[in-house]
Design a protein around this ligand. Sequence first.
Ligand SMILES: [Zn+2]
Length: 350
Amino acid sequence: MSRDPVRPLAAAASEDGPEPHEGPVPCLHGMPLAGGPGGPAARWLDGRATPLPAVGDAEGPRLPSSLPPVIDAHVHLFPERVFAAIWRWFGQHGWPIRYPLPTPQVIDFLLSRGVERVVALHYSHAPGMARELNRYVAGICAEHPRVTGLATVLPGEPEALEVLREAHALGLAGVKLHCHVQRFSPDAPELEPLYAFCSEKRWPMVMHAGREPSSRAYPVDPYALCNVTRTERVLRAFPDLQLCVPHLGADEFEGYGRLLERHDGLWLDTTMTLASYFPVEPPRRLFEVRPERILYGTDFPNIPYAWDRELKGLLALRLPEDTLHRVLGANARALYGLPPAAGADLTSDA
Ligand SMILES: [Zn+2]
């Protein structure tokens, strides 16, 4: 493949200069973090036996009717055999899955409880998997107009760019990558053509580029692969890229807050960070920095607690009404170019 002789990521790296907060201990100005202010940046699962415990919390029957339209921007859909393999892994190394539902029931579960739309994510961990998964999700989207499906690809796999082209032609709404599971750094050279494609097509990318939640069971060290500096190189090199980092960039909340201030292409989703499951306080300040860049997401069905726990955590932040409206749906609508909420149609859906 021919490539620009000046590789944009390499150029961005050479501009980095000294990063005042680079290093194992992030700066903690006003930001709570595991280990406490000034303490070591303990990994979330360090010292804890895995799998982590289930939470037997009560679940609400449906979303409160007082809420604006809710889009869950981080839901996982896989074919049954892939779900089964993922749940086996979680059951051993992560946490027990409270909702081991097949894809059609995942969709029914959320929509019947008042969620207006779900953004469906998946990822491949081996070469040659992505095409089939992408076609699977495109098929789901064709059957369920309130599912917005993203594609995936394994960075560096043969024909990676062709896989993305096909997924784009299938009508999928963006691409999801996962640094830990797919074993790459955000600023690795094999990502450049993928970033360039997404930038050119204005095709959003969701990338688990934060260090947490991490697992010692991964064959790579997420702390070696991922950090704020690496993500910023990508944002500098590809200013048109719309990049959404899940888990509010955990655990480098302070660093991702700075990136939000500097880069219009950056978005974050809340997934699992507001549910009081990990030893971390919700980083409320991020909602104040760029309220138009934060998406509500849950990781449903791969969660160990009630389906609406993340929402309860979000509401407990007592954000301004306008911010809540954005986070719960308007921001996802903007990122993915989704149609307005169906309004009256939603109330008849219960
Ligand atoms: Zn997820």
